[in-house]
Write a protein of this length. Structure first.
Length: 290
């Protein structure tokens, strides 16, 4: 049996870390955009005497540890042989939510094959991200889709995510080496700076929800927390006349909206560039055959 599923990527503009012993209630408050570029996973399942899982990430050296963890959570002790091939539209470790998208697309395909509720796939991916230290809020945001405000930390329904109307084009650019999310989240000094800035910005955006406000607050967050590198700051400044740009959390990358053609030209001077849309459809099965 096989299935293929797609999951949108996601960029966070600002956030606040919220820890909890209940991993489904743990995560982050914040805001960001779900992306029409993401991860596509083809999954094959066979009955087996023992549980075997093979995960391959096309064109990447990643071992797919988050996906492996998520699948273990999803199927528990079921004696199945699962083969996953995941194609990523965007690079890892650059704040584009690729670990979440890869894990969730694989889990969604497996859940569909096994007749399990979609929510189980979301839960498995969310918990795996937290356990592996690769993210806190991507799965929660993808659960809602679109332009999001994570009002209450955790995966819905424990968490609460609001949606801002709109589906603009988004320009993404990588301007430096990837960042390791775990190292930043576990740094007490950085965590305090993130929470001090992020908490007030969530409340401010809830009071006046708009894409323009989200982008402005994201830029302020990148500056206040000093998470943005010199290269990221230079890229942001270089396109300020043709749109709104900020740092993708957490990566050496920029996301921007405005005059797409001008943003693309300007950011291409700093590194690789992608153009996509805000995704409002969410994770979905692409084909189902037996």
């Amino acid at each position: 049996m096989d299935r293929e599923a797609f999951c949108p990527g996601h960029v966070t503009g600002f956030f606040e870390i919220r820890r909890s012993e209940d991993l489904l209630s743990m995560g982050s408050r914040g805001a960001g955009l779900c992306l029409s570029l993401g991860a596509t996973s083809r999954v094959e399942i066979e009955e087996s005497d023992i549980q075997q899982t093979r995960v391959r990430i096309a064109g990447s050296s990643s071992r797919g540890d988050v996906t492996r963890e998520a699948l273990r959570i999803l199927i528990q002790a079921a004696p199945l042989r699962i083969d996953v091939l995941t194609k990523l539209d965007l690079p890892m470790t650059q704040g584009f939510g690729m670990s979440a998208a890869g894990a969730l697309s694989a889990c969604l395909a497996v859940a569909d094959l096994l007749g399990m509720p979609r929510q189980k796939a979301f839960e498995a991916a969310h918990i795996a991200e937290i356990r592996r230290g690769s993210g806190l809020g991507d799965v929660s945001a993808i659960h809602c889709g679109g332009i999001t405000i994570r009002k209450k930390a955790g995966l819905p329904p424990r968490g609460e995510v609001l949606r801002i109307n709109g589906a603009p084009e988004v320009v993404l650019a990588v301007v430096g080496k990837g960042l390791r999310t775990r190292a930043i989240l576990n740094d007490p000094v950085r965590a305090r700076a993130i929470n001090a800035s992020g908490s007030e910005k969530v409340e401010e955006l809830i009071e006046e929800p708009s894409l323009e406000k989200l982008m402005r607050l994201s830029r302020e967050f990148a500056l206040e927390t000093r998470l943005a590198s010199r290269e990221v700051l230079e890229a942001m400044r270089s396109v300020s006349s043709c749109g709104m740009a900020s740092m993708s959390m957490l990566g050496s990358s920029v996301f921007a909206v405005g005059d797409t053609a001008s943003l693309r030209r300007g950011l291409s001077e700093f590194g690789d560039v992608w153009v996509c849309n805000v995704d409002t459809t969410g994770p979905r099965i692409l084909e189902s055959q037996q």
